[in-house]
Design a protein around this ligand. Structure first.
Ligand code: PEP
Ligand code: MG
Length: 579
């Protein structure tokens, strides 16, 4: 039995057999072999090499015939790789000496090459070789797995997925009936696959560093998404203990929902807080409302694009918005324009440093047709309910003005065409980069509301990638720089008379709720599952008390101390948080 600790990404307990995926969603079977299997496995590897070569030759002649002989060069590179004695020798050595399965040996060797090329790729030629290595690896894996290749869409029984990393689109395609939970080497609490896991209610632990190499396919695994723990090969006692734990957490949450459902999110001294939900899919609205959401504070519309081959049509987008609005039955919704890029990729997007690249609003402003199409869909839907529009990742006043100019232009076109829309639609922005936070006073004059996106604000303020497990320890909402920016934005919004909300994951973390209320925040938009817990904390304190706690927290100079202090206060009012 092995216990590993990572980042608790999505709550719940999952117990089941492991399904180990490599980066492309291919299952890698048992990773070690017995001594007497060496020759058989070496033969299997040899056959796979031959079959991959045949496969390349076949594709080569088809392509040459259909497109022209110039493309032969691509395939000769692949062939040379497969014939490379050094490469073959390394793989054979892993099988014979280290008793790796051929699949594991191929993946391990080619990924080492992949990493070296990626590091050294200073020109286009080398960068292209990185893709070639990928191709060769997958040809070989396909040849090795042959008919045995399994993918997630053909699962016979529910499994726990173990992977190096999962993209948001892979996670979004998970069927919660078949995927009990997942654990990954990479990722952080605010990575989008974690966010999607919470939306789908799939327990998950991420940022484990090396879980992929510790688990064999078929092994029993426990995922504890509350404490960020993964147990590999648990004994019967441990399984029973976790089953009970899962049941009692479930029971506690159900009781909390029942107890709080008809009560407002209000402090003990009567300060009313608006509690909204973040969603990725319209289908989440129903549950969010059942859990007590007063509306949707962030609809991440990019999940209509992520994983899709072509952008959704205006009609498809409009239908998704209509579904959301209808389910809300009069409650408000803030629809965010697409935040593509970074880790939410749409086919064809590729950048070396995507978090600082052409993501989000920048991407929209350079893909005008797509942007206008979405604005038009939102505007058309705006007559059906209380809809507001929100731009993500605004970094300057010019950018906000440019986006608003496009919006005005779309509106004017719709007017000419006689298409109805809400002329007074509220237009807000997300504050998720320090430049926006620090210029909040000028932005406030030209926008209707702010929503603080702490997931990005933290990563851009602290220079810590929100998806990178090696720096996950440094990703702290409690850092004094983050707190000062948040405090400044709330205060600026108040001075300018515009509402300020939080929609980053920090707003749903028990440790930070009292602090945010004390800083003067009156609107929280959180993962639906967290609504009852957030409400419970709000209803357990007075505003005066929260203000004093916030004041004290802001005066502390180290993030670890801030968190220690806040955690103590949170435990005092919400001891069940310990579960
Ligand atoms: C944020 O950055 O805090 C946010 C809510 O947006 P996303 O997580 O989609 O980047
Ligand atoms: Mg963001």
């Amino acid at each position: 039995m092995l216990k590993m600790e990572g980042v608790a990404a999505s709550p719940g307990v999952a117990i089941g057999r492991a399904f180990v995926l490599d980066a492309e969603g291919v299952r890698i079977r048992r990773r070690y072999i017995d001594h007497d299997e060496i020759q058989h496995e070496l033969d299997r590897f040899q056959k796979a090499m031959e079959s991959a070569l045949e496969d390349i030759e076949e594709t080569e002649s088809t392509v040459a015939e259909n497109i022209g002989p110039d493309y032969r060069e691509i395939f000769s590179v692949h062939k040379r790789m497969l014939q490379d004695e050094q490469l073959k020798g390394q793989i054979r050595e892993l099988i014979a000496d280290r008793l790796c399965t051929p699949e594991h040996a191929v993946a391990k060797t080619l990924r080492t090459y992949h990493r070296i090329f990626l590091r050294e790729a200073k020109d286009d030629y080398l960068a292209q070789r990185v893709t070639d290595i990928h191709d060769v690896e997958h040809r070989l894996l396909r040849a090795l797995l042959g008919q045995k290749q399994e993918d997630l869409s053909h699962l016979q029984e529910p499994v726990v997925v173990i992977a190096h990393d999962l993209t948001p689109s892979q996670t979004a395609a998970f069927d919660p009936k078949k995927i009990l939970g997942f654990a990954t080497n990479a990722g952080g609490k605010t990575s989008h696959s974690a966010i999607v896991a919470r939306a789908l209610k799939i327990p998950a632990v991420v940022g484990l560093g090396n879980v992929e190499n510790e688990v064999s396919g078929g092994e029993m695994v426990i995922i504890d998404g509350h404490q960020g723990v993964v147990v590999i090969g648990p004994d019967t006692d441990t399984i029973t203990r976790y089953e009970e734990r899962g049941r009692s957490i479930h029971l506690f949450e159900a009781q909390l929902v029942k107890e709080l459902h008809d009560l407002p999110a209000e402090t003990l001294d009567g300060r009313r807080i608006t509690l909204l939900a973040n969603i990725e899919f319209p289908s989440e609205v129903k549950v969010a409302v059942e859990l007590g959401a007063e509306g949707i504070g962030l609809y991440r519309t990019e999940f209509l694009y992520v994983g899709a081959k072509k952008p959704p049509t205006e009609r498809e987008q409009y239908e998704a918005y209509v579904q959301t609005i209808k389910e809300l039955a009069g409650r408000p919704a803030i629809i965010r324009t697409v935040d593509l890029g970074a880790d939410k990729l749409w086919s064809g997007m590729q950048e070396k440093n995507p978090f600082l690249g052409c993501r989000s609003l920048r991407f929209c402003l350079r893909h005008m047709e797509m942007f206008r199409c979405q604005l038009s869909a939102i505007l058309r839907a705006s007559v059906l309910g209380e809809v507001s529009l929100m731009f993500p990742l605004v970094t300057s006043l010019e950018e906000l003005r440019e986006a608003k100019a496009v919006l005005r232009d779309v509106m004017s076109e719709m007017r000419t065409d006689g298409v109805a829309f809400n002329e007074d639609i509220r237009v807000g922005i997300m504050i998720e980069v320090p430049s926006a936070a620090l210029t909040a006073d000028s932005l406030a004059k030209e926008t209707d509301f702010f929503s603080i996106g702490t997931n990005d604000l933290i990563q851009y303020t602290l220079a810590v990638d929100r998806n990178n497990q090696t720096v996950a320890q440094l990703y702290s909402p409690a850092h004094p720089a983050v707190l000062r920016l948040i405090e400044y934005v709330i205060e600026t919004g108040r001075r300018h008379g515009i509402p300020v909300a939080i929609c980053g994951e920090m707003g749903g973390e028990i440790d930070y709720i009292i602090l945010l209320v004390g800083m003067g925040l009156t609107e929280f938009s959180v993962t639906p599952a967290m609504i009852p817990d957030v409400k419970k904390v709000i209803r357990s304190i007075t505003y005066e008390e929260a203000k004093a706690i916030a004041e004290k927290a802001i005066s502390i100079t180290e993030a670890t101390e801030v968190l220690r202090f806040l955690r103590k206060e949170a435990r005092r009012v919400f001891p069940q948080h310990e579960m």
